[in-house]
Design a protein around this ligand. Sequence first.
Ligand SMILES: [Zn+2]
Length: 155
Amino acid sequence: MKTSSFHIVPLPTEIADAARRAVNGGTADHALITVDSPGSSPCRHCLRWAQPGERVILFPYAAIPPGHPYSETGPIFVHADGCQRYTATNEYPADFRNGRVFRAYDSNHNIIDAQVADGSEPEVVIESLLRNPDTAFVDVRSVTRGCFTFRVQRA
Ligand SMILES: [Zn+2]
């Protein structure tokens, strides 16, 4: 399903590359992990599940930067050995259609609404959150673990 009212914002390549440099430098809060089960480690750069045998880096990421009441830093994965940043930014990523919560933020980084898909298509949930003119962006997270997956911005 193509979207017209929003686009997908994967993790910037410079952040993925910085994590790759940090793990090679032995930074304590960057862990190098070999994936052993499918559907366990979503890469925030290519927006695919890492496959068993692939190596990923687990590190903390400030999805909502410091200096706001809703500031939030949490663990994310990226492929350790390089991957192409997700390019189909007008299509909701197929790997993450289930198990996500959608949080709407205003332009001051305050959470103003949140929904789980509950059987609806993710596009329908996102479009309903964007109907509120105060919604500046929507962050998509794991409904079980709470981890940031990707951002959605108005087109
Ligand atoms: Zn990747």
